[in-house]
Design a protein around this ligand. Structure first.
Ligand code: NAP
Length: 285
């Protein structure tokens, strides 16, 4: 169950919409990427996102900030980007250094530009099923499930992890598609007993090969959102393949979809903002 082909198609369709928008209105979608400090993994992630933007005819404007940036300084930078009409989407690379109030920084993003789906307004819209931007990794996982014909309706979906950008929104999206959702986390008493009844498992823990074949119900669908040092997921892929119906690999599963959704939502943001300004737009989906 790979994500590379679907991610490529998603980016190609977004690129086509970006080109149409530019041709019709002169507006080129622009994603601002904000990176605080020089954490090597974050530097790589931002570079990957900007490279993919370039392939999709989406402009990217990089804002690197020193690790010593204060919450107030970061909030001021993000407010400026929120007010800049030439910027359509804003990505604040997570995690920020520990001394920064990340929530305050996220909340400085105008929800109309929150293409990474990190604000409380975006979470609420997603949870209520209203139009808005979804958190990119869970959004990408839902698109993967659809592409592989996995209907969550009535299924028992177990999300292992409850972080604000991954586990928590993942469960809400599955609930919105009529799954029976269970969240598991570090205080869950008997994780193997819960996993044994899961039709769909989403692993979002951040521990290499944490979920083993012995934990899985035969025929389950297993989504590995983990990405640990050495390109290792949260699921033991070989063992899971022997037991499950579908398993996403790491790399090449969820990761490419995350960036594809980010780009797609950046084009959506540019289209919506152009339409809000009264510019005729035919680049909508
Ligand atoms: P996180 O904020 O560290 O959250 C980890 C979650 O796992 C927490 O909710 C934690 O529970 C739970 N957990 C920890 N130990 C557990 C245990 N023994 N049993 C059950 N649950 C346990 O991590 P994250 O940001 O959500 O990321 C999770 C993984 O996804 C990482 O590997 C990350 O690299 C990857 N990721 C990938 C992408 C992508 O694009 N592919 C994007 C984002 C993240 P508590 O809440 O109780 O502490």
């Amino acid at each position: 169950m790979t994500g590379t082909d679907l991610a490529r198609e998603t980016v190609e369709r977004a690129a086509e919409r970006a080109r149409r928008l530019a041709a019709e209105t002169g507006v080129r979608p622009c994603l601002a990427t904000v990176l605080v400090g020089e954490d090597p993994a974050s530097v790589t992630y931002v570079a990957m996102k900007r490279n993919r933007c370039a392939k999709a005819d989406v402009e990217s404007r990089h804002v690197p900030l020193p690790a010593a940036t204060t919450t107030e300084e970061l909030v001021a930078v993000i407010r400026e980007l929120s007010a800049d009409p030439t910027v359509h989407g804003i990505l604040l690379q997570h995690p920020v250094p520990a001394h920064i109030d990340e929530r305050a920084a996220f909340e400085a993003i105008d929800p109309a530009k929150d293409v990474d789906g990190v604000t409380m307004a975006s979470f609420a819209n997603m949870a209520f099923g209203h139009q808005g931007f979804v958190s990119c990794t869970p959004g990408g996982i839902m698109r993967l499930l659809d592409a592989y014909g996995v209907d969550p309706r009535g299924r028992h979906a177990v999300v292992v992890g409850r972080s604000p950008i991954l586990g928590k929104p993942m469960g809400m999206l599955l609930l919105g598609r009529d799954a029976t959702v269970t969240y598991c986390h570090s205080r869950t008493v008997d994780l193997p007993a819960v996993l044994a009844t899961a039709d769909i498992v989403v692993a979002a823990v951040g521990k290499p090969r944490f979920i083993r074949g012995e934990h899985l119900k035969p025929g389950a669908v297993v989504i590995d959102a983990g990405y640990n040092p050495g390109n290792v997921g949260d699921v033991d892929f070989e063992e899971a393949m022997a037991k499950a119906r579908l398993v996403t690999p790491v790399p090449g599963g969820v990761g490419p979809m995350t960036i594809a959704v980010l780009i797609d939502q950046t084009v959506d943001a540019a289209v919506r903002q152009s339409a809000a300004l009264g510019t005729p737009v035919a680049a909508a989906r």
